[in-house]
Each structure stands twice: as C-alpha cells, then as structure tokens.
Design a protein around this ligand. Structure first.
Ligand code: PLP
Length: 259
C-alpha cells in the first residue's frame, strides 16, 4: 500500500528495494551471469532533503535528480554537505548546453546519465577540463538512448548510439563513458512478453561491446524504475533508478519525468 509522504519509511523502502534487486538478480538468465550486480540510484526528485538524508543514513550513497534547479539546491544544501559527505549525485534529466557549467560545478556530482548528442558531449568535455584543473579525473557519463521512439523522450536513436559511443571514446578524453541508459515507455503490459525498450537497449549494448571488443560487463546499462526494475534486472540492467518505491508517490504536477 502507498503511504502518505509524512509516513514514508525511507529506510524500510531502501531495504525492501535492495532485497528485490537481489532476488531479481538471482533470476537473471545464465547468459547474463557476467553482467555486474545492479547499483541502486535513489531518485529523490520533488522530495525534501530530510528524506535524502534518511536514505543516506540507511546506507544509500547514489542519488539521482532530473531537474537542474533541484540538483543545484540539494547538492549545496548545508545539511546534505554536512551529513552526507560521501553522497554521489547522478544527473538523470535533460541537460541543455547553457546549464553545463552550472551542473558540473556542483559538489559531489558523480555522473551525467543523459548525454544524447555530440554537441552536449563536447560541451561537457571542455567544461570538465576547465573545472577540474590539472589533477583531473574524467567525468563518468552514460549515453541516453530513446528506445521507445516517443518524441517527448530525449535520447539518441538506438541505431545512432554506437556512433556516438565511438565518437566520445575516441575524441573526448575528459569523459569516462561508462555505458547506456533509457527511460522507455510507461505502463508496459508484461503479459505481452518482454519489454521492447529493454530488448532495444540490450541490443545497443551488445553492438557497442562487439564493435569495440569489450566484455559485456565493461559497459553499464541503466534501465528500470519503480514499476519495472526487477524486469529490467532480469533483462541485464546494471543501474536501476528508483524513486516512488523508496520515497513514496510524487504529486503529478511536480513529478514530471526527465524534463
Ligand atoms: C523520476 C525518474 C525515475 C524514477 O521513477 P519512479 O517511477 O518514481 O521510480 C527514474 N528515472 C528518471 C529519468 C526519472 O525522471
């Protein structure tokens, strides 16, 4: 049952989701046995910093936000800075080129999951070089793929993703390209069979590994949310982005996805 926000038990939510991740992992077919154990990214969009701190207290370290303004506020919030020194922020929303500097300067930024063009990748690459100075570590990124073909969703077309992968690997030394990500269509009916978005992203993953001579385990796959993270893990996901199942429902007005 869904509880009201004030009653949400974040710690229990985290524990429950971690258990369900383990169970889904055990059901993965053997041909995916070498794919890494999925990492949980807790998506706290629209939720107050108190709940983020609660999740951190329960041992959660990776957090995702998809609005630039909210990421700016949460990453720099004094309570977060003080109580969550080891927090790792993932940006999972649409990033415009004019917001690159704003986002890359934020404390404890860990990864940008939504690189969907050469232009954005190039912008991130040069901004990171300037921001990091001399002893720099490359910025971890994922390529966002529009597997559902919906116009409202961002991301490169599946058949253009391997080209963007090669471009980034060969030209953008300040980016550490870790893999691919999709949001996919909502409300897929699993009585119809496997989710086509997951199949599409896994086939992009497969093509990238083959073309670049990489082990499947070397390329991360970010797919699966509250409704379908177990199905995503069974299909090969290595990063799941889960909000509602941990923090409770969001209001419709403010809970828009990836915008
Ligand atoms: C909101 C959001 C999620 C989490 O969605 P839930 O259904 O609440 O788990 C995952 N990924 C992205 C890109 C999102 O915007």
């Amino acid at each position: 049952m869904i509880r009201a926000m004030s009653e949400v038990n974040v710690k229990a939510g985290i524990e429950c989701v971690l258990k369900r991740i383990d169970e889904a992992l055990a059901r993965r077919p053997t041909d995916l046995a070498r794919m890494p154990k999925p990492q949980l990214v807790a998506v706290g969009k629209t939720k107050p910093v108190e709940l983020i701190i609660e999740a951190y207290g329960a041992g959660q370290r990776h957090f995702g936000e998809n609005y630039v303004q909210e990421l700016v506020e949460k990453t720099q919030h004094p309570d977060i800075l003080q109580q969550c020194p080891d927090i790792k922020w993932h940006f999972i929303g649409h990033l415009q080129n004019n917001k690159i500097n704003k986002v890359l300067k934020l404390p404890n930024l860990y990864m940008i999951q939504t690189v969907d063009s050469e232009k954005l990748a190039t912008g991130l690459n040069s901004a990171w070089e300037k921001i990091q100075g001399d002893n720099k570590k490359p910025l971890p990124v994922l390529i966002q793929v529009n597997t559902s073909g919906e116009e409202a969703k961002n991301g490169v077309e599946p058949n253009a993703a391997p080209t963007l992968y090669k471009y980034i690997k060969e030209n953008l030394k300040n980016l550490q390209l870790e893999g691919v990500m999709t949001i996919g269509a909502f409300g897929f009916d699993y009585s119809k069979g496997p989710n086509p978005d997951f199949i599409s992203l896994m086939s992009v993953h497969n093509q990238i590994c083959t073309e670049n001579g990489l082990e499947p385990s070397a390329v991360q796959v970010s797919m699966g949310m509250s409704d379908d993270f177990e199905k995503a893990i069974e299909a090969g996901s290595t990063i799941v982005r889960v909000g509602t199942a941990i923090f409770g429902l969001r209001s419709k007005m403010t809970g828009k996805l990836n915008k």
